[in-house]
Design a protein around this ligand. Sequence first.
Ligand code: IVH
Length: 676
Amino acid sequence: MEITYENYEKLKREINFHNYQYHVNDSPVISDSEFDHLLIQLREMEGVHPEWISPDSPTMRAGAISSDKFAKVPHPAPVLSLANAFNKEDVRSWFDRQIKTDNRISSVSFTLEPKIDGLTIVLRYENGILVQGVTRGDGIIGEDVTANVRTIKSIPLAVPVQKTDIHVPDVLVVRGEVFMFNSDFQKLNQELTEKGEKTWLNPRNTAAGSLRQQNSDVTAKRPLSIYTYQILYYEGGTVPETQWGRLEYLKTLGFPVSDQSRYYSDFDSMLNGLDRWSEVRDTIDFDIDGVVIKINEIPLAESLGFIGKDPRGQIALKFPAREVTTILENIGVNVGRTGVLTPYAVFQPVICGGVTVSKATLHNFDFIQERDVRIGDRVLIKRAGDVIPYVIGPITNARTGDEKVFSIPETCPVCGHKTERLEGEVAVYCVNASCPAQLIRNIEHFASREAMNITGLGIKVVEQIVNADFVHDVSDLYILSRESLLSLEGFAEKKADNLINAIKDSKQQPLNRLINALGIRGVGESMAEILAKKFGSIENIANAQKDLLESIEGIGPNIAQAIADWFNEDSNKLIIERLKKYGLDPHQDIEENSSNDLPLSGLNIVVTGTLANYSRDGIKELIKTNGGKSSDSVSQKTDYVVIGEKPGSKAEKAAKLGIPILTEDQLIELINKKPE
Ligand code: IVH
């Protein structure tokens, strides 16, 4: 942003607005890292024009403003924050600067601690009894949320929790971070979904909203947790003089302390110790936005003093933010190989998880409706590790009223054919088999490594040959000429010959690969194998009725229907005929009673009650696909009864007969369990 006074004022107003949203309304509109970025820009401007700085500049205040919901409480010592480092070089230069100030720093030890993405809480104990819980506020004065703090089960109401010889100081003020474990967050959202209530966006947001609840009964219902990491103040007693000693001490008293914290005896080993954190970030059950590096010798660290509100003896190594917000500019729609329409978000480019992203999946149309995502919304995006970015949801309180509601397309965005939605299914389909979008993805799948394995036929080339009108279905690949290929951009003789040969070689692929390659809905690698073993040829599958297909272990009614439908379609019959003509008609011996190796093979399962993730037909299909038999009544022959909400008499009967009962999750676990 250009440094003009007008821009400076604008930025100042913007930051003050976000500050208010965050600290007073508990409804941040932008992410922490975006906020930090705005502040950095403002500081830069003030660096160039110090004469512009006025008392209302956000840089002139330690932290937050307070709302009048809670009583104000002064902290016994400033609740400071941390300066940021973004890489190891920053950490090294921070350390060099401290050595320059005081040479004794060169031989200090360190702790590394998770920088928990939650909210600071300051807990005051008098004679070992919890008397007050206060938010950070502006670092000098916080808000009294004692009633809410008391509902957090892991916060000790009195210390030491277990008998020790330690004399706890008469006044002990401990700082910690309140947060929510990811698994607890997911469970909470799951429960809300089941009740048809609005779900929360992320664990931090939920923890913030819960801690500053007016009614502590509401807080009590939220699964909040805490890790403590600092003794802010003490009086009438002693505490250890090192950070590591204090973490141990807090643990001994009964405070929750993260077991991810580590001690290092010197700078170099600490620097190496930083390497484990990217993995830690992916494996722990709570969100962290960095690692806190602390000089272990507290008196020495404190003697270094502060810069503003950041102590010099500690620094946070920040990770690239995985959740950011941006403006949703449009909703696009992709058409997949099976004709499924999938919406995706097009937004103003942002850095997320360390890379710039401008598109993310919106999952399906139900998601858009349930979350009420509108074009023009500020949306929260997440990208963790290699995971493709996805939209979490809109920040509804950032709405201006100009946002536009999106409606499910009635026609295919590629071919214009009418779309359809099957009864009970989430997906919306383009049912035009010759839709070019489907054709391109169909051929790409046909040629893929798991299917016909045609090297050199990736999506780019497929697009070229489809757009040049050389292929209209997969069988056309086998009559593709060298001359046609040579007319395409980027094709010299060698490349054309290689592709023609690779296509020719694919004629030798076994039956299961050809079945998979056809791209029948629900028929992937393992299903293709079952079909190949049972039927031995394409012709036999094509002649099989739905009932026969369904009688095979591992094939449920929906997939049986999809297979029968596919082979009934005239255009598909023609493809099979042509493939045969071009030499693709693999046969193999039929195996009787082949698959006993599916996870639910031989098991009789009854489902009762309403399930969270499956319709009744959906769960039956799942059981069948995994080799099990699903029946409607409980008898001696039943192996398991899966129960959902309001299970009724079948569950009672199961209990009487001593038949094991599973929840929906336990059934999925049984299916996913690796065979021993
Ligand atoms: S030390 C002077 N340690 O990160 C002490 N902070 O600005 C400064 N945080 O809002 C804090 N985990 O609430 C420290 N292990 C940890 C932390 C931690 C999370 C938060 C803290 C503060 C922010 C740093």
